[in-house]
Design a protein around this ligand. Structure first.
Ligand code: COA
Length: 233
C-alpha cells in the first residue's frame, strides 16, 4: 500500500464521521459530553442487566470518568479508529452502539459492540441499530467485513445476530476481558457481498415476512416500521 493511501486511512472521511443514522424511531448519533446525566442514570438503573456482558479493563479496576471516556472515544473517531454512537428511541437515550477496532489496509474490517436498556428490550432496537451501523460502515466507510463477538451464554445477543443472518465463524477462546475476566466468545460476521441489498433492507423484509406469516401485530410494543430513512450529517 502506498504512503498516500496509508495517510488517507488514518483519518475518518467526514461523510463517515460524525454521522446520524435513522430507521423509524431508532437513531444512532455520536456520543457527546452532554449525555453524561442521561447515560449515567441509564447505566446505574441497568447495572445488573449490563454487568455480565460489559467489557472491562484487565489493567485497571476503575472505569474512566464519563468526560474522559467520551473524549477518548471522540479522539479515536477523529482518527478513524472507532465510531461511538448512542442509541435513541423516539428521541430518548436507550443504549449505545460502537463500531470498534476499525482496521484498514488489506482487512477493511471492524467489530460492533452494543447494549440496550432492559426497560426497552424486545422492540428490535439492537438489530435495527446494528443494521444501520453495518450499512454505513460498508457503503460510506468502505469497510468489507463487520464482526460481532458474543459470549456463548448471552442468549439475547445471540438472537440479535441470528435475526440479522450473521454467519457463525466459531469460538475464539479467552479473547475479550468481560465482566472482570478473560472470556471465550463466539464470532459472527458478515461481509459486504453477503448483503448486496443492505442489512437494514434485509432485516425489515424479514420482519415483514414474519409479521405476515403470524398474521398478527404485537400489542403494547412499538416495532420499528418498515419505512426508513438513513441520513448522515
Ligand atoms: C442483547 C441486547 C442488546 C438485545 O437488544 P434488543 O433491542 O432487546 O434486541 P431484540 O428486541 O432483538 O431482542 C433480542 C432477544 O432478547 C430477548 N428479550 C426480548 N424482550 C426481552 C425483555 N423484555 N427482557 C429480557 N429479554 C428480552 C428475546 O429473547 C429476544 O429475542 P426474540 O425477539 O427472538 O424473542 C439487550 O438484551 C442487551 O443490551 N443486553 C445486555 C447487554 C448485552 O448483552 N450486550 C451485547 C453484548 S454482545
Amino acid at each position: 500500500m502506498g504512503i498516500r493511501a496509508m495517510r488517507q486511512d488514518r483519518f475518518a472521511d467526514p461523510a463517515f464521521w460524525p454521522a446520524v443514522l435513522r430507521a423509524g424511531p431508532v437513531k444512532l448519533r455520536p456520543i457527546a459530553r452532554r449525555d453524561q446525566k442521561a447515560w449515567l442514570n441509564l447505566r446505574d438503573r441497568n447495572e445488573d442487566w449490563l454487568q455480565p456482558w460489559d467489557a472491562t479493563s484487565p489493567t485497571s479496576e476503575e472505569p474512566p470518568h464519563f468526560g474522559a471516556y467520551v473524549g477518548a472515544c471522540l479522539k479515536a473517531a477523529r482518527l478513524g479508529l472507532m465510531l461511538p454512537w448512542v442509541i435513541e428511541f423516539d428521541g430518548v437515550l436507550v443504549g449505545q452502539l460502537s463500531l470498534n477496532n476499525i482496521t484498514r489496509g488489506a482487512s477493511q474490517q471492524a467489530s460492533v459492540g452494543y447494549w440496550v436498556a432492559q426497560e426497552m428490550a424486545g422492540r428490535g432496537i439492537a438489530p435495527t441499530a446494528v443494521a444501520l451501523a453495518f450499512d454505513h460502515a460498508i457503503r460510506v466507510g468502505g469497510l468489507h467485513r463487520i464482526e460481532v463477538a458474543i459470549r456463548p451464554e448471552n442468549a439475547r445477543s445471540l438472537r440479535v445476530v441470528d435475526k440479522l443472518g450473521f454467519r457463525s465463524e466459531g469460538l475464539r477462546p479467552r479473547c475479550l476481558h468481560v465482566g472482570g475476566q478473560w472470556r471465550d466468545h463466539l464470532i459472527f460476521a458478515l461481509t459486504a457481498d453477503d448483503v448486496p441489498e443492505g442489512l437494514l433492507a434485509r432485516w425489515q423484509a424479514r420482519q415483514e415476512a414474519a409479521a405476515a406469516a403470524a398474521g398478527t401485530v404485537k400489542l403494547g410494543r412499538t416495532k420499528v416500521p418498515p419505512a426508513s430513512q438513513i441520513t448522515t450529517m
